[in-house]
Write a protein that binds this ligand. Sequence first.
Ligand code: SAM
Length: 221
Amino acid sequence: TDPPPWVLVDRWLDGVLPAPDAVVAAQRTADGAGLPPIAVSTQQGRLLALLAASIGARRALEVGTLAGVSAVWLARALRGPDPVLTTFELSEHHAAVARENLAAAGLTDVVEVRVGPALEGLARLAAERPEPYDLAFIDADKPGNTAYLHAALALLRPGGLVVVDNVVRGGTVLDPGADAAARGSRAVIEAVAAHDRLTATVVQTVGSKGYDGMLVARLDV
Ligand code: SAM
């Protein structure tokens, strides 16, 4: 059977609005290393980069590095002196592939990959009292979403953005009985809605990665 139209459209879009060479190379290395094919798609990467660029982001946080595909998108979009992406990854193996990809992309000086459970890493980072971050991208274990949201908010400047990936999950976000990932996605949407300083939306998406969605929230000034 033919692929669904949104897959064909994504393939066409990826030709018209392609990923930069550094992202293509990073994805190829990830595939060669046998990492799961769960990085952001080209159009999703473009959205992340656009969001970062449109707020003039200089410092970004990421939870869930995998092979560094979204990290390359984000790091390339940062502007200003001393751009920084701090990214957290549980798996030593994933982090090693990411570091290789970031080096190949010439981004070693911009991106710091911190290995270990992200919640602990975020607490350690907060204790370092870093300069505030402009944008946080949350894309790791989904049951952790709400804890990552709150940890990221503590590091974010007013006017900063939090983006959470995979919050629709083929519609299972409507079914709390589905699995822990669906519950984690539902919980983070409800947490954002209950927060008195966040303005948010969920963009439902279809494409090469199926039916899903991205939460985008802004910390009010
Ligand atoms: N953001 C990446 C991209 O688009 O290129 C994809 C990230 S992938 C969906 C999720 C990653 O989160 C995996 O590499 C996984 O090992 C990592 N992860 C899972 N649990 C984690 C945790 N507790 N702390 C940090 N990373 C975690």
